[in-house]
Unconditional design. Sequence first.
Length: 158
Amino acid sequence: CMPEKDILGDIVKGRNTAIIVTAVILVVVTGLVLLVVNLLLQPLSDVSRRMLDTARLKETEDLGSVSRLEEVAALQKSYTNMNTAISNFTRYVPRDVVKDLMSSGQLCTIQMVPQNCTMLFVDIAGFTTICERVPPNLLSELVSQYFDRASRIVMEHD
């Protein structure tokens, strides 16, 4: 009678090698899948984070790179357009008012509702002279800052 090791030795050795090779391949493939999934989902996570910041009216920087996936690139472009629209809107409407509008969850409509309100009328001394001497971009930024601060004070006493 032949020893069992002589008969099954090569089979057991082959089985063990197959198990080890399969385990190594499984670990490598799992690592590659996780890497690819992370690379694919990172732009979505970035857009999601930026949308939350925009909803809170926080300033966000431009998107770094555009995704190569068509759907994600379309989502990034839509976000950029929305963020630009909201940024432009908040230049002319106080941020607190925009926050109230956004948090209400309702569409803006033109309507009349009796309400108490506070109004601010401003006459800036020497404004004409300032306009003549200051470049338009700087003037726009200064006036915007002035009205932001003045609006904040009015909103505190409303």
